[in-house]
Write a protein that binds this ligand. Structure first.
Ligand code: FRU
Length: 458
């Protein structure tokens, strides 16, 4: 079932022009043994695994009341992330917690917000009542016509490293003029950053001394699809977005994770993208499935300032199964790694179905583990309830299992869908081996102080 919104988003915003693919079937690469930690190992979320997606009591979110308040009445709020220290713990600035979120003026329609997205700043003393402090950067200095999701890290010297997605080649700053027409086809995305000094006083939190904006990573065409490759065979909007800074507590190495699409060297359906031999013999793959080519990308950080990056092969791919593995991030408990991502119902490849939800893959022994879907293979960590299937989106799990998200399109008891655009109630999720459970619902937008990555998540 698709809501009107999703039909619209599919048509106008994200585009559903399925072009004929010239992709060819490849041969199987050598099978990886379980827990094999190799620099170039890409795990696979296959069609066979994606068929196991299911809602359970432990993974279905409580229904969100449609009578909610807007945290910032003048702007739509969606993807949200807190300011974290380098080790992942929550940054506290003179008693204030800081969060960033995508924002767009409410004078634009709900469905128009993606092309008008900027990154806004919020601060709070108690982690529940957030003050909206506007857009902290000069739009004319930033890359992209729109700025999409990212992450923010406070280093030891007190510099804020502000990572974001620069979307489209249409740049307000002396670049090509913005043009809404067919923008999805030109929606090139690059990973960018700038820096700020941060201070706080009785008037709140201030970001000052904005640094140069820099592009730190672009699609290479080999592991990650470029906009030109997308133009040749794309369907739903391409991705090279959502940079997530992560310092691995077990190695001290630093990475940027991001949402990508398979590039030329993996952009075909391999037998393992479908499933094991028995499954392949008993299932047919619907035409066009190969155009759904999501992956979770990774680059190693080579310098303190996070400006020099080495692109690595993806951590996982869902070629043939799902087109979008959005806002990827990680939490760690000892040597248990949880690779987390959000995905939509409408981005499943033909023949597959699943909820708008937070999905997770469990691996052991290192960041580049052989990841398998959590929860006995369902892969679901938080799903919207069936009675309000689009109530929230863009979940982000913090290092202690607190899980933030935004209110998207909740359905009320009369079946009427409302537009959200504000913080959703935070959930607390526990992680134990490959099992996860939604433990409780916290307050709307709540972020409690949390420690670094690597602690117990049980
Ligand atoms: C997820 C998402 C992100 C992107 C943003 C654009 O909600 O699609 O991947 O950065 O929304 O609005």
């Amino acid at each position: 079932m698709k809501t009107k919104f999703h039909e619209k988003i599919g048509k106008i915003v994200l585009g559903t022009v399925i072009l004929t693919s010239t992709l060819i079937a490849g041969t199987a690469s050598a099978q990886q043994s379980t827990w094999d930690v190799r620099d170039d190992h890409t795990s696979i979320w296959s069609r066979q695994q994606a068929e196991q997606v299911a809602l359970t009591e432990e993974t279905t979110a409580p229904v969100i009341d449609t009578d909610f308040e807007n945290a910032a009445p003048d702007v739509w709020i969606w993807d949200t992330w807190p300011l974290q220290n380098r080790d992942g713990s929550l940054a506290i600035i003179k008693g204030y917690r800081v969060a960033f979120a995508l924002v767009a003026p409410r004078t634009f329609g709900w469905n128009e917000r993606h092309t008008e997205a900027r990154i806004g700043m919020f601060y709070s003393k108690n982690g529940k009542d957030w003050t909206y402090a506007g857009i902290p950067y000069e739009y004319d200095k930033a890359y992209g016509h729109q700025q999409w999701a990212g992450s923010a890290m406070l280093d030891e010297e007190g510099k804020v490293h502000f990572f974001y997605t620069a979307t489209t080649d249409m740049n307000a700053n002396g670049g090509k003029e913005w043009n809404q027409h067919d923008w999805v086809k030109r929606a090139e995305q690059r990973l960018a950053k700038t820096t700020f000094d941060i201070s706080a006083d009785k008037d709140g939190v201030h970001l000052t001394n904005e640094g140069e904006h820099q592009i730190i990573l672009e699609a290479d065409g080999e592991h990650y699809e470029t906009i030109e490759q997308f133009q040749n065979h794309g369907n739903i909007i391409t991705a090279f977005r959502d940079p997530f800074f992560f310092q691995d507590p077990n190695t001290g190495k630093e990475y940027i994770l991001f949402e990508g699409q398979a590039g030329s060297n993996r952009n075909y359906l391999k037998p393992e993208n479908i499933g094991d031999e028995e499954y392949r013999n008993t299932h047919t793959v619907p035409e066009g499935a190969e155009n759904y080519n999501g992956n979770i990308g990774i680059a190693e950080v080579l310098d303190e300032d996070v400006t020099k990056l080495k692109l690595l092969p993806p951590l996982i791919e869902s070629v043939g199964a799902n087109h979008q593995l959005e806002r990827p991030h990680v939490v760690v408990d000892g040597d248990n790694y949880y690779l987390l991502t959000i995905s939509h119902k409408f981005t499943y490849a033909p023949g597959l179905d699943g909820p708008d939800g937070l999905y997770g893959f469990y691996g052991k022994g290192g960041l580049r583990a052989d990841y398998k879907p959590v929860n006995n293979g369902t892969g679901v960590i938080v799903a919207n309830p069936e009675e309000s299937p689009f109530q929230a989106y863009s979940w982000m799990v913090l290092p202690d299992g607190q899980t933030i998200s935004f209110i998207n399109e909740p359905t009320d008891e009369n079946g009427v869908v409302k537009y959200g655009g504000t913080f959703a109630p935070t959930l607390k999720v526990s992680f134990d081996g490959d099992k996860t459970t939604i433990k409780k619902e916290m307050e709307v937008g709540e972020i409690k102080p949390f420690g670094p990555y690597g602690r117990s998540l049980r």
